[in-house]
Design a protein around this ligand. Structure first.
Ligand SMILES: *Cc1c(COP(=O)(O)O)cnc(C)c1O
Length: 428
């Protein structure tokens, strides 16, 4: 497999785009080598500029759950575009997607659409702060909630529980309002609440973490967060930008049986166009402008083309009673195949999977939080990543990302992937 054109295109991009990419993970920094430049995609297949084809296991980091260029979604986009692409004036389409999204989610009264997951999470904590009249939030190490200031926070030094900026440009003042705990560690959360019983507006969590590989919540973790938040009058925010409409119609709330106060969405809900959203009960949502005083706005929010793509996507998910089962079955086949290959080879590994989210870490210790995810052998991961790429399998270019299967992947595609994996691992 040759990447000549991609390599040239990357050099050209680097001359005019910061780092050559519009989102860091695309630069292949953690695996090395040249990023693949895509020409087009259809179904489960990516076609690059060098004429290579790949089975796609990232699905645009989740949104393309139905596969690429899915006909009903394309048709919806085309039809809608003919009528004008943006108005800054309400459309009935927004009400239509809001109604269906809320019906699928099942336990929220109102939703507000924005343009990205970042915006959704940023707005959700503003709303939580406005509603509770408190300033601090708790987040978990390794959980990603987009790139707004309040979330680019790492553990502070010493005994202090408040964080410090994890990126230059984030102020110390902002960092002091974000308190950090380890994922799956309820005791730490309790300690923080004991220290700041009346200052915490919200706990924000990925109910299934997908940004340090895929990590599922331990039994009782989310239930525990629910109880603590109730006890201290804080809000529980589920960041379902990844899991929403992917793990089930009602997302992680549905399959894990825990209800959050505010839930954020993105990715699948936009069907491949830029969409984010957050939803809550009336009591909370009425605080939002124009009804309430918590300000939030967007020139392109509820954009008709984005709404059309999102609506066509969730309609397809809503009307196919088998889709989540099928996705799960495919992902389970991948898990079983990989596990068999790895066990035969005697290679220490952890495979985490829930529904159609999956990750593989080369480590002996169960991966349950950021610390254990970091123990993975990155050198091995790089070799594995590039080996699979040569076999025509496009995986997330970092061990800290989750795989997202799409429904266009067939069982025979999965078997082909397992055979490619067998070949790659046999060379280890
Ligand atoms: C992708 C993601 C975000 C950010 O969404 P963007 O659309 O990239 O801004 C937030 N939270 C989670 C859990 C995500 O996976």
């Amino acid at each position: 497999m040759r990447y000549q054109r991609s390599s040239i295109l990357f050099k050209e991009a680097q001359k005019v785009i910061a780092g050559g990419v519009n989102s860091p993970v695309r630069a292949f920094k953690s695996v090395g080598g040249t990023p693949i430049f895509v020409e087009k995609a259809k179904g489960a297949l990516l076609y690059d500029k060098d004429g290579n084809t790949f089975l796609d296991y990232i699905s645009s980091w989740g949104p393309m759950i139905l596969g690429h260029a899915y006909d009903p979604v394309l048709k919806a986009i085309k039809n809608r575009a003919e009528k004008g692409t943006s108005f800054g004036i309400p459309t009935a389409l927004e009400t239509e997607i809001a109604s269906l999204a809320l019906e699928m989610v099942g336990n929220k009264d109102k939703i507000r659409f924005v343009n990205s997951g970042t915006e959704a999470c940023m707005s959700a904590i503003r709303l939580a702060r406005g509603f509770t009249n408190r300033e601090k939030i708790i987040k978990f190490r390794g959980c990603y909630h987009g790139h707004s200031d309040a979330f680019l926070i790492q553990a502070g030094s010493g005994a202090v529980t408040f964080g410090s900026p994890s990126s230059p440009g984030v102020t110390k003042g902002t960092a002091e309002d974000t308190l950090l705990a380890d994922y799956n560690n309820l005791e730490e959360v309790i300690k923080i609440f004991d220290e700041y019983p009346e200052e915490i507006a919200a706990v924000i969590v990925e109910p299934v973490a997908g940004n340090m590989g895929c990590i599922t919540p331990k039994n009782g973790f989310l239930e525990g967060l629910r109880n603590i938040c109730d006890k201290f009058d804080s809000l529980l925010i589920f960041d379902e930008v990844m899991t929403g409409f992917r793990l089930a119609k009602g997302g992680a709330q549905e399959i894990l049986g825990v209800t959050a106060d505010i839930v954020t969405y993105g990715k699948v809900l936009g069907g491949g166009l830029p969409v984010g959203a957050f939803a809550a009960k009336n009591e909370i949502m009425k605080e939002l402008a124009p009804e309430g005083e918590v300000y939030q706005a967007g020139t392109l929010s509820g954009n008709p083309i984005a709404m059309a793509a999102g609506l066509a996507t969730i309609q397809a998910l809503d009307s196919d009673q088998e889709i989540y089962l099928r996705l799960e079955k495919k992902t389970e086949n991948l898990e079983l195949g990989f596990t068999e290959v790895l066990n035969k080879k005697g290679l220490p590994h952890q495979i985490n999977r829930i529904g159609s989210m999956f990750s593989l870490h080369f480590t002996e210790e169960p991966v349950i939080d950021f610390r254990t995810a970091e123990l993975g052998n990155n050198k091995l991961f790089k070799t594995y990543f590039h080996g699979m790429l040569r076999e025509g399998i496009y995986l997330p270019p970092s061990a800290f990302e989750s795989y997202f299967l799409n429904d266009a992947l067939t069982f025979s595609n999965i078997n082909k992937t397992i055979e490619a994996f067998r070949k790659v691992i046999s060379g280890f």
